[in-house]
Write a protein that binds this ligand. Structure first.
Ligand code: ZN
Length: 419
C-alpha cells in the first residue's frame, strides 16, 4: 500500500467549525452542525525518491521518459498501456504532471504517476517481470455548496452585479445561460432586483481546487421571480427545473450569444438603418464584435447556409417541432457546418460579422414558428425535458428541503452545505 487515507489534523477542524452540513439525498436533507474529516492522500513510503515534472509546451511522453533513463522498450510499453488502460495518448502542456518514483536516488524508475486532472491519477508500476501495470485512482473530492447573493444597481448589468457579489466568472456564465431561457436581460433587469446562486466548490485535502455545478438560481425579475434547481432523475440524468418541476432548459435560447446587448428589437414596424424606409424588423439584433462565435440556439439540422443581399452570410436551422432559427450578417461560417449538418444546442455555427445590409458587426437573430416570424424575447418555448410523475414528486420534496437549506444560508452567508 503506497497510498493511505489519513485523518485530517485539528487545524483544519477548527476551520470547519463554522461548517453547516446538509446531507442531500433525493428524499432527505439532514441539517447537521459538523466537524468533518476529509480524506487525505499521503505517501507513506518514506524512503522513496520522487521527482515531479510539469509538462511544458513541446514536451512529448517519449522525451520525458527517456530523460528519466527509461529504455526505448519501456517507453513503448508505457505509451501502449497508457493508451489502452487510461485512454491517454498525448500530454497537455501546463496541465498534465508526471511523477517519477525511484526506490533510491540512483535506482531506475519503478513507478510513474500521470496526473491529468486534480481528480484523477494514473499510476504505472513496473512489476517483477519488467512489465508496466496501470491503475487509475480517482481522488476523493470534498464538495461544498456555497451561496452568493447580489443586487442590481443603477446602470448595472447582471454580469457586473454578479462579479460584485463574488460569483466566479465560470459560474456566472452558467447562470446567465440558465436564466437566458426565462429572462430578457434587456427588459427584465432593473436596479434593486436581487438574485442568488447556490453552486459547488470542490476541495481536496482542505484546499479549494475548482468550482463545480450550479445547484440553484433565483432572480427577482420584473415579470416574476425566476427559480431553477438542478435535479437528478431516477434514471441518473440531471437537468434544471423550475420550482414546480417543469423543465427549465428550453428547446431554444432567446439570446444565442451570452451577455450581448440588444441593439434593435423585434417589431412589426421600424425604420431600416440602411434602407431608410419603414419595414418590419423580423428578429432581434445583438451587438457583438466581429469574430465572436455564434452558438446554435437549439439542437437541429442546418437547412440553409447561404448569402443574400439583406442577410449577408446566414445560417438557418430547423429544430424539433415547429421552430426554425436564422442567424445573419456572419463574417464566416463555422467549419463543418453545411446544409444537412445536425448541430447541438450551443455548437458554434458561424462568427459575427457585418455582411449584407448592416451598419456594423452584430448578430441578427430570428425565430420562425410554423412559418411565421415571432419575437424571440417573448415567444413561449417548449421545455426539453419535463419530469414524470415519480420524479416530479421526488423533485418537489427535494426542492422543499433545499429551500430550507438556502434559508439557513441566507441567515449565515459564510456557511456552506456539505454535499
Ligand atoms: Zn436585424
Amino acid at each position: 500500500m503506497k497510498k493511505a487515507k489519513d485523518i485530517i489534523n485539528t487545524a483544519n477542524l477548527t476551520r470547519m467549525v463554522m461548517a453547516l452540513a446538509v446531507l442531500l439525498s433525493l428524499v432527505a436533507i439532514f441539517l447537521v452542525a459538523t466537524k468533518r474529516t476529509p480524506a487525505q492522500i499521503r505517501n507513506t513510503a518514506l524512503n522513496e525518491c520522487k521527482s515531479v515534472v510539469m509538462v511544458a509546451s513541446g514536451d512529448t511522453l517519449s522525451e520525458l521518459l527517456t530523460a528519466q533513463g527509461l529504455t526505448h522498450s519501456d517507453v513503448n510499453a508505457i505509451a501502449a498501456v497508457l493508451k489502452k488502460e487510461a485512454e491517454i495518448t498525448t500530454l497537455r502542456a501546463d496541465r498534465d504532471k508526471l511523477e517519477f518514483v525511484r526506490n533510491t536516488d540512483d535506482a531506475p524508475v519503478s513507478k510513474i504517476v500521470v496526473i491529468p486532472s486534480p481528480w484523477r491519477q494514473v499510476e504505472l508500476t513496473c512489476n517483477d517481470s519488467g512489465a508496466w501495470d496501470c491503475k487509475t485512482v480517482d481522488i476523493e473530492r470534498d464538495t461544498r455548496a456555497v451561496y452568493k447573493t447580489g443586487q442590481i444597481q443603477d446602470g448595472d448589468s447582471f454580469y457586473l452585479a454578479g462579479q460584485r457579489a463574488g460569483i466566479p466568472a465560470g459560474i456566472l456564465a452558467d447562470v446567465y445561460d440558465l436564466l437566458a431561457f426565462e429572462m430578457d436581460f434587456e427588459r427584465d433587469v432593473r436596479a434593486g432586483q436581487k438574485f442568488s446562486v447556490l453552486y459547488e466548490e470542490n476541495f481536496s485535502d482542505g484546499k479549494k481546487i475548482d468550482n463545480g455545478r450550479v445547484l440553484a438560481v433565483s432572480f427577482d425579475a420584473l415579470r416574476g421571480n425566476v427559480k431553477m434547481y438542478r435535479f437528478r432523475k431516477a434514471d441518473g440524468s440531471a437537468g434544471y427545473y423550475d420550482e414546480n418541476g417543469n423543465g427549465a432548459i428550453k428547446s431554444l435560447k432567446r439570446t444565442p450569444i451570452n451577455n450581448a446587448k440588444i441593439t434593435s428589437k423585434f417589431s412589426k414596424n421600424r425604420k431600416h438603418p440602411v434602407l431608410g424606409y419603414t419595414r418590419a424588423h423580423k428578429g432581434v439584433d445583438f451587438r457583438a464584435s466581429t469574430g465572436t462565435p455564434i452558438p446554435a440556439a437549439g439542437a437541429g439540422r442546418v437547412v440553409a447556409r447561404s448569402y443574400n443581399r439583406g442577410h449577408g452570410n446566414f445560417v438557418k436551422i430547423r429544430h424539433n417541432g415547429s421552430f426554425e432559427t436564422l442567424y445573419a450578417h456572419m463574417s464566416k461560417f463555422a467549419k463543418g457546418v453545411n446544409v444537412g449538418t445536425n448541430v447541438r444546442q450551443g455548437q458554434t455555427i458561424g462568427y459575427v460579422g457585418s455582411t449584407g445590409y448592416s451598419t456594423g458587426p452584430h448578430l441578427h437573430y430570428e425565430i420562425i414558428k410554423d412559418g411565421v416570424h415571432v419575437n424571440p424575447m417573448t415567444v413561449k418555448l417548449p421545455a426539453i425535458s419535463n419530469l414524470g410523475k415519480d420524479d416530479k414528486k421526488k423533485f418537489l420534496e427535494y426542492r422543499e428541503l433545499l429551500d430550507d437549506g438556502i434559508k439557513q444560508l441566507e441567515k449565515s452567508p459564510n456557511m456552506y452545505i456539505q454535499l
